[in-house]
Structures are given as structure tokens and as C-alpha cells.
Design a protein. Structure first.
Length: 299
């Protein structure tokens, strides 16, 4: 990726009972286009006595995208959705004015050894849609555009790029792409991208301007049009970005909003448990004793 603005190392965080690598937000870069938050889950091996159990917790003002490489998650939400997500599928949950969901190891896997590995992503909603009704969509892997160009396998997981469009119903101009190659290739795709752009290396390596970058590094471009780099053999990378919003966004815990007043309202609702609950679930994640907001992103 030519003209790199930031190089971000994966930083440990936690989700449920295991560690993840948090990529966004970062001190110098709160958002990339509408992308506000990215976690790399795993890879983690869990024994027959270990399971993923994230009790019901709320979101506002965003869409969540879950994309697994390995493992399985049972998603339940306050809309009544109950669906298992498997590798290659996309769970796209739009919180809008408010949604609650849980994420757990499916029942049939809870007493066996298992592996968990994937990405969880937050995409902020445009200001005029922050209070939309919550929605949920599940997209099978076969519904995602895939093609090969000059030895590189492309998959468009969400958004629009290269004249193609994913089935995932996004709400602002963006793209989330997977690139895989078994041989060394030079990538020149800047003309097909727009807005802000970043690249995450899952495996293998990327070379740019005499520098080599390896797994678990996030590269943020100064200009998506300058997206040119070399992929080493047996590499998998993810490119994401899009048009940034005019207004800043504030992140507090699981809430994303354009005003502190809306965040405060959501905090009160969760403390008083007035969000619509997840059917059949009685426990929940308490509101953390977080003292301040994440600084708003200012384009």
C-alpha cells in the first residue's frame, strides 16, 4: 500500500472468556471511512470445558459484521433471531436505535474441543439512519461475489467495488474485501477504491516502498487511490474502507453515536434494563465503569 499513513500493531483486548486483537479504534486513527471498530478473534483453541459465552449486551448507531475463518457462533438477538454463523458466512446486524444480542458456542459443540477464529467489525451508520429500526441479515458464503485476477482470488464481503456488489445490505458507500494468493503478486487496485482505505494482514506478508509487513499489522493509506503493493506467496489480506462521514462519531462501550446526549440516553436505558431483551436469556453484561468517551473521529 503506497504512501502509508499509519502502521498499527494488533493490541490485546477481550471478548467473553478469551483474548482478541483490537485493531480499531486507535489513538491516531479512530475510524477508516465508516469503519469504527475491528477485532481479530483468535485463533484460539478451546477445550471441552471452555466455550464462548458473551451474554446479552446492547448496541446503538451501528451495524456489526461477523466473519469467521474457523469455528461457529450462535447468535441470538432482541428481534427474535436465532442463527448459527459458520466460516465464510456473514452476520450483518444493524442496531439503529437499539438492539441487544448474545454470542455463544452452539450447544452441539459445548462439550468438545473447538477452534475460534474470525473478525468482528462495527460500521457506523449515517447520521440520518442512527435511529432506524434494528435489522438482521444472514448471508451465506455463496452469496458473496468472488473472482480471480492475475493469480489473486478476490471476495467482496460487503459493499461495492470493482463493479460488483455484495448481498450484505450496507447503508453508506464502503467496501470490505478479501484477497488471497499462493504466489507472489503485485496489486494495483487504487482506481477501484474510494474514500479512506486500510489493509489488514491475516497471513503471509505485504511489501511496500521497500518495507515488509507481516501478520496482525494494519496499514492505513493516506490516499486509497495510491493502493499499490506486493503480496508474498501464501498471503491473505483484508482491505476495507469507504467514504468518511462529515460528522464525528463517539464510542462508549458498545454504543456509537454522533452526540454525547444519545450515548447518555443509551447508558441509562441499559442501567434500567429498558432495552428489548433477547428471548430466553436472563443474564446480561453490566454497563462498565468507563469514565470517559473515546474521542470523536474528526475527518
Amino acid at each position: 500500500m503506497s504512501n502509508i499513513n499509519l502502521i498499527i500493531e494488533e493490541r490485546p483486548a477481550s471478548i467473553g472468556s478469551f483474548m482478541v486483537g483490537r485493531l480499531l479504534p486507535f489513538r491516531e486513527k479512530r475510524m477508516v471511512g465508516p469503519f469504527a471498530f475491528i477485532d481479530h478473534m483468535g485463533p484460539v483453541c478451546m477445550s471441552d470445558t471452555e466455550n464462548m459465552d458473551v451474554p446479552p449486551h446492547p448496541h446503538i448507531g451501528l451495524s456489526t459484521l461477523t466473519y469467521l475463518f474457523e469455528g461457529s457462533i450462535m447468535h441470538r438477538d432482541s428481534l427474535g433471531t436465532e442463527i448459527e454463523i459458520k466460516p465464510g458466512q456473514v452476520n450483518w446486524m444493524t442496531a439503529g436505535k437499539g438492539i441487544v444480542h448474545s454470542e455463544r458456542t452452539p450447544g452441539y459443540l459445548r462439550n468438545s474441543d473447538k477452534l475460534m477464529h474470525g473478525l468482528q467489525i462495527w460500521v457506523a451508520l449515517p447520521k440520518h439512519l442512527e435511529e432506524m429500526e434494528p435489522e438482521f441479515f444472514h448471508v451465506e458464503g455463496k452469496g458473496l461475489p468472488e473472482w480471480t485476477e492475475q493469480g489473486v482470488n478476490f471476495k467482496l464481503i460487503a459493499g461495492e467495488a470493482f463493479g460488483r456488489k455484495s448481498e450484505v445490505p450496507v447503508y453508506s458507500p464502503l467496501y470490505f474485501l478479501e484477497l488471497k494468493t499462493t504466489s507472489r503478486q503485485t496489486i494495483k487496485i487504487g482506481k477501484d477504491l474510494f474514500g479512506e482505505s486500510a489493509l489488514y494482514i491475516l497471513e503471509g506478508a505485504v511489501e511496500s516502498e521497500g518495507n515488509t509487513f507481516g501478520p496482525k499489522q494494519l496499514l492505513v493509506a493516506k490516499d486509497s487511490k495510491l493502493c499499490e503493493f506486493d503480496m508474498q506467496e501464501n498471503s491473505t489480506i483484508y482491505i476495507f474502507g469507504g467514504e468518511p462521514f462529515e460528522e464525528g462519531r463517539i464510542i462508549y462501550w458498545n454504543f456509537v453515536a454522533s452526540t454525547t446526549e444519545r450515548i447518555e440516553e443509551a447508558k441509562t436505558m441499559w442501567l434500567e434494563q429498558t432495552f428489548k431483551p433477547v428471548p430466553g436469556e436472563t443474564d446480561f453484561v453490566p454497563l462498565p465503569t468507563q469514565s470517559k468517551y473515546t474521542n470523536p473521529h474528526k475527518p
